[in-house]
Design a protein around this ligand. Structure first.
Ligand SMILES: [Zn+2]
Length: 420
């Protein structure tokens, strides 16, 4: 193990070496640790002008300028970020997606410094690029978004970057070993995970035969491609009563025609959409009733998944006012409306219904067969049943009798009619 002055001296040597090969300041910091006092000392004394110039001339040989201030500026001041201000969530978590070229370059540089300074890197940890990126941008994002960084936040922000020579540089992976092609499938673009896993297994000798170590100066930097943001879904639950004999539970549409004018789902959604500033809602209930059946008493339990909600802070009073608005329809009443943790949903999940998986079934049966019971199994009392065969909940949306195979009375054809 190296100690004291020896270690400091080595740090300066590595730092100079990394700078010569074309690393940016942050990549040097990731690789060596606290090198900035050396950089600052240098620049305060007039510095090595030539080296500092070199730093500015080329995109970073490893991160392709992903970790440069200019790159953070572009990200933080991207117009999409203004949209994120709509979310009432107090926290955020940020992710970066960068080209595989960066991973390959990082690997090449790691081999380079570890071979040149084996003693130092024996017990020294290199900070991964995505961690360095995240640490560097967190505070800037927090200030811009007026939210706190929290790795468990429900509000995810993903930055995606591209690189002009990505395909060219990452295709080297396929030359390295035929196996990689198989591993990565037939897709042209190499996935970052596949490359990352592959680099762990390949020997440095083989790697160096195909990839330049240290990595070559890149002609271009990475470019911010897009910013994607999304709040994790939240769930609310309640119980509904249905007072109408002409109201579906969910919209009933056949051949683009609404069979029943409205539904419990539509009435509840209408009351929720404006409150949550969200149009992507999914309704689920514990069982269902036919449109001409009323549901009274305590009502039927249901829950609603609210996808990517902008508003997540709803007071108990607000919930009561939503219930009031629904009650005014005189068709549906909702009670016990509240936020619910995803883990409590399993209780009613088994009985979930939905009209997402619609299919048509043609059956020829004996006279007297109970068609409905055969389809849904009548709570296990009818065996076999379609429900049992499929292994899930099945119900009938619409039933048509197409033919009764009984020739009674004899058919009257036009010929017979004409004779008479
Ligand atoms: Zn860099």
């Amino acid at each position: 193990m190296m100690i004291g002055e020896d270690r400091d001296e080595t740090k300066i040597n590595i730092y100079n070496d990394l700078m010569d090969t074309g690393c940016c300041k942050r990549c040097m910091l990731r690789f060596v640790g606290d090198v900035f006092r050396h950089i600052n000392a240098k620049s305060q004394n007039g510095g090595d002008e030539q080296i500092l110039k070199k730093l500015k001339l080329n995109p970073c040989v490893i991160c392709l300028d992903l970790l440069q201030d200019a790159s953070f500026e572009t990200m933080v001041f991207h117009s999409e970020l203004d949209e994120i201000l709509q979310y009432d969530c107090d926290t955020f978590v940020n992710y970066i997606s960068f080209p595989t070229s960066v991973l390959i370059r990082e690997h090449a540089m790691e081999i380079y410094v570890k071979e040149k300074f084996p003693e130092f890197f024996k017990d020294h940890h290199i900070v991964p690029i995505n961690r360095a990126w995240s640490l560097s941008i967190q505070n800037k994002l927090a200030k811009k978004l007026k939210k706190k960084y929290d790795k468990n936040s429900y509000l995810n922000i993903q930055f995606t970057t591209t690189y002009e020579f990505e395909k060219e540089e990452s295709s080297i992976m396929c030359q390295l070993e035929d196996n990689f092609k198989k591993l990565n499938g037939k897709d042209d673009t190499l996935s970052r995970n596949a490359v990352g896993e592959f680099l762990k297994t390949i020997s440095s000798a083989i790697f160096q035969k195909h990839v330049s170590v240290p990595p070559q100066m890149p002609g271009k930097a990475v470019v911010l491609n897009q910013v994607i943001y999304k709040h994790e879904p939240i769930f609310i639950a309640g119980r509904y009563c249905k007072y109408s004999r002409n109201l579906g539970q969910t919209p009933w549409i056949l051949d683009n025609v609404k069979i029943v004018e409205s539904s419990v789902q539509e009435i509840i959604f209408k009351a929720l959409e404006s409150v949550f500033n969200c149009k992507n809602l999914v309704f689920s209930a514990s069982g269902r009733e036919d449109f001409d059946v009323r549901t009274l008493g305590r009502g039927r339990p249901f829950f609603i998944k609210i996808c990517d909600p902008k508003v997540t802070k709803i007071s108990s009073e607000k919930f009561r006012s939503i219930e009031k608005a629904i009650k005014k329809t005189n068709l549906v009443k909702v009670r016990d409306l509240q936020f619910i943790d995803r883990k409590y949903l399993n209780n009613i999940k088994e009985e979930l219904t939905g009209r997402n998986d619609l299919f048509e079934l043609d059956m020829v049966t004996q006279a007297g067969t109970y068609i409905k019971e055969f389809v849904h199994g009548d709570f296990g009392r009818t065996k076999p049943s379609l429900s049992e065969i499929i292994g899930g909940h099945v119900d009938i949306v619409a039933l048509d009798v197409l033919d009764i195979h009984l020739d009674f009375p004899p058919p009257i054809t036009t010929e017979i009619l004409q004779k008479n």
